[in-house]
Every structure is written in C-alpha cells, then in structure tokens.
Design a protein around this ligand. Structure first.
Ligand SMILES: Nc1ncnc2c1ncn2[C@@H]1O[C@H](COP(=O)(O)OP(=O)(O)OP(=O)(O)O)[C@@H](O)[C@H]1O
Length: 308
C-alpha cells in the first residue's frame, strides 16, 4: 500500500497549552481514514495543520513525501479539502460555480469539469441554480470543487454535518467510491461513531489532543467480547450453565431470549454445555457491536481512556 500522508510527531502548542500532542499516523492510497473524537478533542486543529491553514509547532506532515513545512506548494498540490463550509454562490448555477473555481486554478479543462460533475452525480442538475439544491447536493458540489485538480488526498471535516439521513447515505457512498474507484486517500472527521463505522476502513481516535487508538474498523468493532442473542426453551437452565463457567459469563434475559457476552472462542463451549444440559437452542445470533459500544468500552464516562 502506498502512503499518501504521514503525520510525524505533530504537536500544536497555543499560548503555552498543548492542544495536539505528538500525533503520528499514516494514511494510504484507496482508504478512508476516520478521525474520531468528542468535541474539542483536536480534530479540526489537526486537519488545519495538515492542509497548512495553521502552523505546526513540532513535527511535520508529509504529503506524497513532501513536507508541508518545507515544500508547501509541492505538498498542497495533491490535497483537496473542505474544512469549513464550501464557498458557493447560491444565485449561480452549479456549473457557473465550478467554472468560477476552475478559472482560479491552472489547467482545468472543460473535460475535467465534466468528469468531476459525473463523479459526484450532479450531471442532471448542474445547470440549476445552487439555491434550488438540497444540502447534500451542495456538499457534492463542494466535493466537485476540491476534486478538480485531481488530488491524491481528500480531507473532509465533518462531511455529514447537518445532512438528513438520505444526504448522509449519499455522501457516504461518494466518499467510498472516491477511495475505492479513484484510489484516493480520504480523511474524514466526525464525532458520530456509527457514521464512521459505515464510512471508514480505519479509525483513529483522538482524545484531548492525543491519539489513543488506531484500528481497522472491523477489528475495532469486533474487539474482544461480543454479545450473542440466544433463543432457548429454558432460561433457568441457561443461567445455571453460564454461572457454571469459571469465571461466570455475563447475560441478560427476557422470556426465552437471552443476551450473552462471549468471546468467539467461548461460543462452541457454551453451545456444547447447553446441549449437554438439555437446553433446546432455537437460534444463536451475534448482535452487531457498534463503534459506540467499543468507544465506551475504552473510555470512562469522563471521556478518559481506561484501556486501549
Ligand atoms: N486558536 C486557538 N486558541 C486557543 N485554543 C484553541 C484554538 N484553536 C483550538 N483551540 C482549542 O483546542 C482544542 C481542540 O479544538 P478543535 O476545534 O481542534 O477540536 P475538534 O475535535 O475539532 O472539536 P469539534 O468537534 O468541536 O469541532 C479545544 O479545546 C479548543 O478550545
């Protein structure tokens, strides 16, 4: 996998206070990297440093191997970003907006404009005025703007903010497409855990300016234990069987439905023990664990990390 962006021990100190503390991570070609953290954790500050909108106090950011500090022009030419709301003229059409933006850059051909408009799915509406666009369509037009110069790295700060569920789905699909089909490295930030889970390949969790965890979404969600849903005929017996394990296995029951927290390795042992004790098992189903569950598992209620 080719590395597109590298953060090397990046720190930001403002008025003697460390806002970002020694961040190090890489993002690769073709992957969506989620930057996840509660409000005030430092996501926007980090993104502003990556795109050169803010000085880096310590460390460096390399984009396609070029330092944003030492070779700003070289590094930034591979970046497309929406950090604040995209600037759009609502009284002009989507096309006029794009054209206006294209004129400010070198070498953007009409063919490239057409290509980008198609890529974000705005071909049918591109000549309508932006004021008639939904928020999702405006986001996509913003996306088109920052794709014109064929960036290798796309950075979107809270891309689904303010969108309705249909708009969120739409943007998510385009972001995935840009990574998978165009091979871009994409960094998205969010404080919405479920959102990140659906959109990203990897997630970095930031808390009080520190990176506390970077994992593949799949591993991250699977973590250690997983809740399984059992449908059985005898709740008393299942309680006895689960209590018989050492250490005892946690569960919750309601009628013939029992939710049991197990590691994958424990599943066959529990099923065997249940069958041997005469419990009828009608179904066993893993309950999908959300990032939110995992996030709460690794942080306490004050938002501090208890184990990663
Ligand atoms: N110019 C500044 N001067 C002083 N403190 C700042 C400055 N910019 C950011 N901060 C502080 O740095 C911390 C991180 O802010 P940042 O906006 O990066 O967080 P965030 O993770 O993007 O949060 P949100 O989800 O709310 O946007 C906050 O405590 C913020 O108050």
């Amino acid at each position: 996998m080719k590395t597109v962006v590298q953060l090397q021990s990046v720190s930001k100190v403002i008025k003697g206070k460390t806002i970002i503390d020694n961040l190090t991570f890489d993002v690769y070609e073709g992957e969506v990297f989620g930057f996840l953290g509660p409000n005030g954790a430092g996501k926007t500050t980090t993104i502003r440093m990556i795109v050169g909108l803010m000085n880096i106090s310590k460390g460096d950011v390399l984009i396609s191997g070029k330092s944003i500090k030492k070779d700003f022009e070289g590094a930034i030419k591979d970046v497309g970003a929406i950090v604040e709301n995209p600037e759009l003229y609502k009284f002009m059409s989507g096309y006029q907006n794009l054209k206006h933006f294209a004129r400010m850059q070198k070498g953007i051909t009409d063919d490239r404009m057409k290509e980008v408009i198609e890529l974000v799915g705005l071909t049918d509406r591109i000549h309508d005025k932006v004021k008639t666009y939904s928020l999702g369509m405006r986001q996509r037009l913003g996306l088109a703007q920052c794709l014109l110069h064929k960036p290798k790295l796309l950075i979107l700060d809270e891309p689904t903010n303010g969108l309705d569920p249909a708009g969120i789905r739409e943007i998510r699909a385009y972001i995935r497409k840009l990574a998978q089909e165009e091979g871009m490295a994409v960094i998205v930030s969010s404080h919405l855990l479920s959102e990140m889970e659906m959109m990203c390949d990897r997630i970095g969790i930031i808390q009080s300016g520190k990176l506390v965890d970077v994992q593949q979404v799949r591993d991250f969600v699977e973590g250690s234990e997983q809740v399984y849903h059992f449908e059985i005929n005898d709740v008393e017996k299942i309680k006895a069987v689960l209590n018989g394990f050492d250490p005892g296995i946690k569960f919750e029951s309601q009628g013939s439905q029992v939710q049991v927290a197990l590691t994958k390795e424990q599943v066959p042992d529990v099923i065997r023990a249940l069958v041997e004790s005469g419990v009828q098992i009608y179904s066993v189903m893993p309950v999908a664990k959300t990032l939110e569950d995992r996030f709460l598992e690794i942080t306490n209620d004050k938002g501090e990390v208890i184990h990663a």
